[in-house]
Design a protein around this ligand. Structure first.
Ligand code: 6GU
Length: 226
């Protein structure tokens, strides 16, 4: 799978993908991440990609031409399966969307800045608009990093048994149960005895129950179904 990211701040997006599972996904050849600087398609030699908004008001808007020319150039090779715009007024990102996106071949993510991008780019090119939550970030880059990480780790073959995504929170609409490692007692707090029994069936039952209790307590909304 190839994920391309169009941004005015490509430097912001190098480190997040150079470590751990994202690094492994790329080394295994399962994920390719290509960063593109929108300024390569600036309208003048000053690198301009934004302009004042019609109708007045504070804040600049990312212009049509640089974005359209960039997308057209990137699509010369082949079309994108999805062109995603990162924006706080998009659809709230969740595991279900991540699962769906992890099956695509080639995705473009556009990071917004300032007051956003000209609406006509959204009308003409964008197939999906994603927000990562109800708060405002200064740009779409960190949100894009979140989305790429969530997609990248569940691409088939990226995780092994030990890091399996099947037991993640949200994968079955339940939060993950508590986990423990050595020592068996820490500052007077013991590990739940059932985990020491070596009985996989009992352990699994306990984990299911704990996952349910935790979800009921913290996120009852998840138990109401889709
Ligand atoms: Cl995708 N972008 C920005 N700028 N802020 C956000 C966001 C995205 N998602 C939540 N807040």
């Amino acid at each position: 799978m190839t994920i391309e990211i169009l941004t005015v701040l490509p430097e912001l997006l190098t480190s997040p993908f150079e470590h751990s599972i994202m690094k492994r996904a790329q080394e295994k050849g399962l994920l390719e991440i290509k960063l593109h600087s929108l300024r390569d398609w600036a309208i003048n030699k000053h690198g301009q990609v934004d302009d004042y908004q019609y109708g007045g008001g504070a804040g600049m808007v990312m212009m049509c031409e640089p974005l359209a020319n960039a997308i057209d150039a990137l699509e010369k090779e082949s079309k994108f399966d999805e062109i995603i715009f990162m924006t706080p007024d998009g659809n709230r990102f969740d595991q279900k969307q991540a699962n769906g996106l992890s099956l695509k071949n080639r995705i473009l993510i556009i990071c917004g800045h300032y007051k956003g991008i000209d609406q006509r780019i959204r009308d003409l090119y964008v197939t999906r608009e994603i927000s990562i939550g109800d708060y405002v970030l200064s740009g779409g880059e960190l949100a894009a990093a979140v989305v790429v990480d969530a997609i990248g780790r569940i691409i088939p073959g990226v995780l092994n048994d030990e890091t399996s995504a099947l037991t993640d929170s949200f994968q079955d609409n339940l939060l993950a149960p508590p986990v423990y490692s050595r020592p068996a007692e820490f500052r007077g707090l013991p590990v739940p005895p059932i985990l020491l029994t070596g009985d996989p069936k009992k352990v699994e039952e306990w984990r299911q129950e704990q996952a349910f209790l935790r979800t009921k307590q913290r996120r009852p909304d998840l138990l109401d179904g889709e």
